[in-house]
Design a protein around this ligand. Structure first.
Ligand code: FEO
Length: 401
């Protein structure tokens, strides 16, 4: 459904380079999965050379009118190239309308992206121009260089570098779901949190491929990073350094505890373990999955050394909300090194076996779970103290102070 109320106007980055995309203030869910507490934006960029004009990425289909009106407002009669860095519809979904409005335009993308765009949007093959890694297009005094960068975060992704202006257009890479009027990052704390959350939800499963892509851009002179979500970076090193630390650094002395409690037993166990770990100098992040924002949990997993999952037993297995969180943690593949499970049951349980089987992607050492019958007694609290001791010892042995 269209969103005609959006009034994002074109904004000039420098002479003949404009942001022409849309800010989506009210969107609260992405992919029917990812919470967007701060909305998002679909950034599209127009670049005019002395001979040719290019558009980099389009916008999510419900906001296509914002893009088309912005191009009209700038008096754009002809576009020669529409660059598709990525085939996901929040950036490519206006392809049919843009190519219809500009019939001479070629859709420029990787070969794999072309296939995906034809599959999804049924665009005629002759509208495409595919580009190889490091291939360039001359716009007249401005050169676009295409850098193949697979798996940020789909297999077809590439980055576009505008050489003379030293601007990198990386689409999702270095982005953040943040609806904001500032063109550039002005509140570094806010951006760091949003970008870290975005990393956790979108990029973290591809950490090893992203290391290769970070290597690939390290010799480029980049003054501005203009992603296709959130504000641009005029201090490019800020976000590149953050990505390096999330991609390469060892996890920290942090334990993340996502849990559910139905009648208070598991909550009492979590409370005791949090206190025991805190007394031993460990930072603990506790998430009640009955009410937590799953994006905050994902962000917490970025640098946690250990995850302890707390669950009651429901129909012999883990609580379904806990199973969902375990499934998500497994899919996101954080750097976590250790895992354990705590919880309680009434008459019988297979929660530990079922949860452990849900974590094959996590290359973790499982620390002995603490599963009890009913409400925790003194002996159970001692078991939780022992679990805290073991976690501290494991962190120390792994060099995580
Ligand atoms: Fe913002 Fe992967 O799309």
């Amino acid at each position: 459904m269209a969103k005609p109320e959006s009034k994002t106007k074109p904004r000039e980055i420098k002479k003949d380079i404009y942001c022409v995309g849309a800010i989506d203030w009210d969107r609260r869910l992405f992919d029917s999965l990812i919470p967007l507490p701060d909305g998002t934006s679909y950034n599209s960029y127009l670049i005019k050379g002395s001979q040719k004009t290019a558009l980099i990425d389009t916008v999510d289909p419900p906001m296509k009118d914002v893009l088309l009106k912005n191009l009209d407002e700038l008096g754009i009669r002809k576009i020669d190239y529409v660059i598709f860095n990525h085939a996901e519809p929040d950036h490519s979904g206006s392809i049919r309308e843009v190519l219809a409005k500009y019939p001479e335009a070629k859709a420029v993308c990787t070969d794999r992206c072309k296939t995906m765009l034809i599959d999804r949007f049924m665009v005629a093959e002759e509208r495409f121009k595919t580009v190889e890694d490091k291939e360039t297009i001359d716009l007249g005094g401005r050169t676009l260089e295409f850098i193949h960068a697979p798996w940020v975060h789909w297999p077809e992704t590439m980055l576009t570098y505008l050489r003379e202006d030293k601007i990198l257009f990386p689409c999702d890479f270095f982005g953040s779901h943040l609806a904001i009027t500032d063109m550039y990052v002005r509140d570094a704390g806010q951006e760091y949190e949003a970008a870290k959350r975005y990393w956790a939800e979108i990029m973290m499963p591809f950490r090893l491929q992203i290391q290769k892509n970070l290597e690939k851009i390290k010799d480029y002179d980049i003054e501005i990073i203009a992603p296709s979500h959130g504000p641009m970076h005029d201090k490019a090193e800020f976000i590149i350094e953050a990505y390096r630390s999330w991609a390469y650094d060892e996890p920290e002395n942090i334990v993340v505890i996502p849990y559910i409690s139905m009648h208070g037993s598991t909550r009492a166990m979590v409370a005791h373990l949090v206190e025991a770990l805190t007394r031993r100098g460990v930072t603990v992040k506790q998430f009640d999955l009955a009410a937590s924002d799953i994006g905050k949990l994902a962000a917490a997993l970025v640098d946690a050394a250990t995850i302890v999952i707390g669950t009651p037993t429901v129909l012999t297995g883990p609580h379904p909300n806990v199973a969902y969180a375990a499934f998500l943690a497994n899919a996101l593949k954080p750097k976590t090194k250790f895992a354990s499970i705590i919880g309680s049951y009434g008459w019988g349980t297979r929660a530990v076996e079922q949860l452990a089987a849900m974590l094959p992607n996590l290359k973790v050492e499982i620390i002995d779970p603490v599963i009890i019958k009913g409400y925790p007694r003194e002996v159970d609290l001692e078991s939780l103290d022992k679990l805290a001791d073991t976690i501290v010892a494991k962190h120390k042995a792994a060099g995580i102070a």
